[in-house]
Design a protein around this ligand. Structure first.
Ligand code: SF4
Length: 325
């Protein structure tokens, strides 16, 4: 029998972003929705779990680009298949069609995790999504894939033997530091999650870590993300920082490589930021040892822009939503 799944306090860049954006949405995602994948779960957890899977158009499009790239590179590594733009775009088109039909026909009622549920459908109150919006999404995906296929980074990677490819979009974790003891809990190692889009060793033994960006380049957040990747890679591959380069490839801007020079001071600052953020999350818990939380402790955001695109609108009293009894 496998190890039972437990809800633990861990850290990731996306978890920290949600906590900063709206604590109540963070509560819904990491506590309210917990266990909601089971048909035996309380109705509230099942609803919140469904809402947690809702994706906006840009998120959906970005996810498709990442999946198509990962599949193409995997085929390349495992079966020596060339990367052909038309094949990538055809796969994206199939995924778009499939996801659209699933979302429109409420396939998520049966399987919220493995089917697409689009914000624009779910909260659209039956309105049609304008054709221009769907065409723009498709064009954006096609362009991102075109830029991927023709970018210098891919050309560089394809010159190397596959044994030099180190990471390919797989969820991994490492211990990012120790949460200090406080009056409610002893010191605890902090598990940090990360998934490096691509990392490869060059002939000189330098590890190049790449993040595919499909949206805008938020430099501060990307720097933190890349610093986490560096910390992970230094531990896993026993490398000094000097043997690691980091960068984002901006797929909606010609596939240009945006390099990030990460110093030892940046790593210290990133570790500090992770621990402070995790301490703030822990400070909100009802029972620190059991990692349980009380909804009322998690404030609503004051920023209506977050609420307008929030997947938890149906449940959140801040915008007139209600939870089922
Ligand atoms: S609707 Fe607004 S306040 Fe409520 S969870 Fe979403 S972002 Fe937070």
């Amino acid at each position: 029998m496998g190890k039972p799944i437990t809800n633990d306090l861990t850290w990731s860049v996306s978890r920290a972003r949600l906590f900063r954006s709206c604590q109540r949405a963070y509560y819904y995602a990491y506590y309210g929705a917990w266990g909601g994948w089971s048909t035996d779960a309380p109705v509230v957890a099942r609803l919140l779990y469904r809402l947690k899977q809702i994706q906006s158009f840009p998120l959906w499009g970005g996810g498709i680009v990442h999946e198509v790239i990962r599949d193409a590179l995997t085929r390349c590594a495992m079966q020596q298949k060339p990367v052909v733009l038309e094949e990538l775009q055809a796969q994206a088109r199939t995924m778009l069609r499939k996801g659209w039909v699933e979302s429109r026909d409420h396939a998520w009622e049966q399987d919220p995790k493995r089917t697409t549920n689009l914000f624009e459908h779910y909260y659209g109150e039956g309105r049609d999504i304008p054709r221009e919006q769907t065409d723009a999404l498709k064009e954006g995906i096609y362009t991102a894939l075109d830029n991927f296929v023709h970018c210098d980074t891919l050309a560089e990677v394809l010159k190397l033997p596959y044994r030099c490819w180190a990471e390919l979009d797989k969820l991994e974790s490492f211990i990012g530091g120790e949460l200090p003891a406080d009056d409610r809990a002893p010191a605890l190692p902090l598990k940090v999650w990360c998934a490096i889009d691509l990392a490869y060793f060059d002939q000189q033994g330098t590890l190049h870590i790449i993040d595919w960006k499909t949206g805008s380049e938020h430099k501060e957040e990307l720097r933190l993300q890349l610093a986490c990747y560096a910390l992970y890679a230094m531990k896993k591959y026993q490398l000094p920082l000097e043997k690691i380069t980091l960068g984002g490839v901006i797929l909606n801007d010609g596939g240009r490589l945006s390099p990030y020079a990460i110093s030892k001071e940046n790593l210290v600052a990133a570790t500090d930021q992770m621990l402070k953020s995790a301490c703030a999350m822990r400070g909100k818990l009802q029972d620190v040892t059991a990692n349980t939380a009380n909804e009322e402790e998690f404030e609503f955001t004051q920023n209506a822009v977050f609420c307008n695109s929030c997947p938890y609108r149906q449940a959140c009293p801040n915008v007139g939503g209600t939870l089922p009894e």
